[in-house]
Design a protein around this ligand. Structure first.
Ligand SMILES: Nc1ncnc2c1ncn2[C@@H]1O[C@H](COP(=O)(O)OP(=O)(O)OP(=O)(O)O)[C@@H](O)[C@H]1O
Length: 322
């Protein structure tokens, strides 16, 4: 038997306040079992509002949410048993109690039966690599360990759907990498994951599908190449010039900037330049156009490659604002 789709949100709309401010409008999302779907967008775009509606914490003004085949608007209590939720920067544990006792408290809250309780806690701790710290008081945990404990809490009931709202925000890069490993392992075990994040490398690394949301509406959806195509860019070229070559850096910005998007930033005492090429240009077209501006200067770090998610996203930025 095939598992039901972990999440199907259809035409979600949420208004707030007397003015009926539309925070989310006509948002539809699917998360298949074992897949990671990332929701990417600027501050205030509607990501958290969408996640909260999917988590049954906020009722949609209109639209539907189904979690593991259960109507989450009509039957929120039933749907809740099939989902786990982790919000970035969450508190919510008892510092003086051990990791195991904290999870025990949440297991009781979530209705895990007495018989399954011990096994569920051990399994959840092992999943996030905290088995050795089970009896350590949470106040002694680092932020990364605490965030992994939140993931363990969300996994207690073996949910079909995990909703992760900025789960690595504020973590050191190495700890964020460890949390990402755990998220990937969750998906590999068959859980469907809806992830919001402001970290482009994180989304690029983890997501099977990316939905870009701006001003409450889904603007585009797909993989990195699809998002770049929507943004109108194919290849990008990056290179740097010494700080003393300001004149040439300026010429690049002016001449190339007439037809293409060119970004110039000071970086480690040099000028870092990036050119976003339209999809119609081949690699040869790009290097030919660039050589006409650079003349006999050949930057040693020049690289032309498919646009990254960050570049595609930056190219889209204006289309995402309210
Ligand atoms: N309870 C509320 N009452 C009124 N307006 C709200 C409420 N919750 C959210 N909003 C508004 O809805 C819009 C979407 O907010 P939301 O928190 O979903 O955005 P977001 O994409 O998660 O942003 P961020 O990246 O900053 O977390 C914002 O303009 C926000 O001010």
């Amino acid at each position: 038997m095939t598992s039901p789709t972990a999440l199907v949100a259809h035409a979600l709309r949420r208004e707030f306040g007397k003015s009926a401010f539309v925070a989310v409008d006509d948002v539809s999302l699917r998360v298949e079992p074992g897949h990671i779907h990332a929701l990417l967008g600027p501050n205030g775009a509607g990501k958290t509002t969408t996640v909260r509606m999917c988590a049954t914490l906020l009722e949609p003004t209109s639209g539907s949410v189904s979690v593991a085949g259960i109507d989450a608007v009509r039957q929120p209590h039933r749907a809740r048993r099939h989902l786990g939720l982790v919000l970035g920067g969450e508190l919510g544990f008892y510092g003086r109690a051990s990791a195991r006792d904290n999870l025990g408290f949440f297991a009781d809250l979530q209705g895990v039966s007495g018989r399954e309780r011990r096994a569920a806690i051990d399994r959840a701790l092992a999943l996030v690599d905290l088995a050795d710290s089970a009896d350590v008081r949470v106040q002694e945990f680092s932020r990364g360990m605490t965030q992994r404990l939140h993931l363990a809490r969300a996994a207690l009931t073996q949910p079909e759907l995990l909703l992760l709202d900025e789960p690595t925000t504020g973590l050191d890069p190495d700890i964020a990498l460890r949390v990402r490993d755990v998220i990937r392992e969750f998906a590999a075990s068959g859980i469907g994951v809806l992830l919001t994040s402001h970290s482009m490398p994180e989304v690029e690394e983890l997501a099977d599908v990316i939905s870009v949301i701006g001003a409450g509406r889904i603007v585009t959806r797909g993989n990195v190449a699809d998002i770049a195509a929507f943004a109108g860019i194919g290849l990008t070229t990056s290179f740097s010039l010494p700080a003393r070559a300001s004149g040439l850096a300026q010429t690049c910005v002016e001449r190339l900037g007439e037809h293409f998007t060119v970004k110039r930033r000071p970086q480690s005492g040099r000028w870092a330049l990036s050119v976003y090429w339209p999809r119609s240009l081949s690699r040869d077209d790009c290097s030919h156009t660039l050589s006409q501006v650079l003349g006999d200067v050949t930057p040693t770090d020049l690289v032309t490659r498919p646009a990254s998610l960050e570049e595609a996203y930056l190219a889209l930025a204006e289309r995402l604002s309210r």
